[in-house]
Ligand binder design. Structure first.
Ligand code: ASP
Length: 357
């Protein structure tokens, strides 16, 4: 049986009902051997990510009363989750954990959202939790120690049952907590998938997968079912927000396919990112709040990569692509071999447009 590493983003861990859904998904396949969790994020009832709430605790640490009420808000969020899961609350533990982190460092404080979320989920499911501080190894200079991380992760193979791991952080040689970039649980999941030599890295969130444009802006945006790593990397760097760009290297280098999946619609295919998907596919670059210099919203720009080695009958080949893009899209075509340059160019335009806005 293969190994699947499943990472769930903050939108999928936002509340007790979300965590119950994760449990069902984890139990549905024995191949899901490692579950990587983000801190509870935003949903209809919670306008703020736990990580942002923890950041506020840190900012207020010199004002005891305000800080205390900010910490209590985080603790209440975890209490609500425990109540919804019907497990004993962790009020004291959560308070102590955050108070201690506040006396140590900002990274330590920010990491406690993932830590407490994994702890709650492990208590609810009875599954073993492994602290990311014992897995993701940083050097004393703060750089990720890939060899040590790899060695630590391999030990997970000996643990029975799906293992729960908090995303986003690790520790340096003296045990100080260090964090990955923001939204970095994607990177934790990818490192673990590579370290376990997994057959698949699943990245679960509240979106259907990679779309041809931001569906909040472009209603007729389409799902892209397959895409190659090189293209996904360029798109992630150009602003596509489905995955952290830095998570692609570990899995691409290990030849592990990544699948973007929607927690609310687990039967949907999502998007498969794989080297074998390097073929003619539509790509989109765009950030919801960015505009091109001529005022066109960037999210309405669809960029199609075409295989450069193919002799194109332009009219016949481009017509079906145009219909994928949708009527209100500005379509830019380029030779796939130069897609990086084309996207870089577009990205530069986006940055300039932002600066001049
Ligand atoms: N919770 C962290 C953040 O908000 C990491 C993550 O969600 O991946 O950046």
């Amino acid at each position: 049986m293969g190994i699947i590493v499943s990472k769930f983003g903050g939108s999928s861990t936002a509340s007790a009902s979300h965590l119950k859904r994760i449990e069902r998904l984890v139990r549905a396949s024995a191949a899901r051997r490692c579950v990587v969790l983000s801190a509870p994020g935003i949903d209809g009832d919670h306008p703020e990510k736990v990580t942002a709430m923890l950041e506020r605790c840190w900012d207020l640490r010199k004002c005891p009363a305000a800080c205390e009420s900010a910490v209590s808000a985080v603790v209440r969020r975890f209490d609500d989750i425990c109540r919804g899961l019907d497990i004993p609350d962790m009020t004291q533990l959560a308070h102590r954990t955050i108070d201690r982190a506040l006396s140590v460092s900002l990274p330590h404080t920010l990491s406690r959202g993932e830590y407490l979320c994994a702890l709650v989920f492990a208590r609810y499911t009875g599954l073993p939790m492994v602290d990311a501080a014992d897995l993701i190894a940083f050097g004393s200079d703060g750089a990720l120690g890939e060899d040590a991380t790899h060695r630590n992760i391999r030990r997970l193979k000996d643990i029975e049952g799906p293992v729960i791991v908090p995303g986003f952080y690790g520790a340096d040689p003296v045990g100080r907590i260090r964090i990955l970039p923001r939204n970095g649980s994607d990177i934790s999941g990818a490192l673990i998938a590579a370290g376990l030599d997994a057959d698949l890295y699943e990245n679960w969130s509240d979106v259907p997968g990679l779309m041809t444009a931001d569906p909040a802006i472009v209603p007729n945006a389409r799902l892209i079912p397959h895409i190659g790593y090189r293209q996904m990397r360029a798109l992630a760097r150009a602003g596509a927000q489905v995955l952290h760009p830095a998570c692609l290297d570990p899995v691409a280098m290990a030849g592990i396919p990544t699948r973007l999946r929607d927690t609310a619609h687990p039967d949907s295919f999502g998007t498969l990112i794989d080297e074998r998907c390097e073929r003619m596919i539509p790509c989109v670059a765009g950030q919801p709040d960015a505009y091109l210099p001529d005022g066109r919203p960037a999210a309405k720009v669809t960029v199609f990569g075409l295989p450069g080695d193919q002799v194109l009958d332009a009219a016949a080949t481009l017509a079906p692509l145009g219909s994928i893009a949708g009527k209100d899209q500005t379509v830019i075509y380029f030779d796939q071999k130069q897609y990086k340059e084309a996207l870089c160019h577009l990205h530069r335009e986006l940055i300039e447009a932002r600066l001049h806005k």
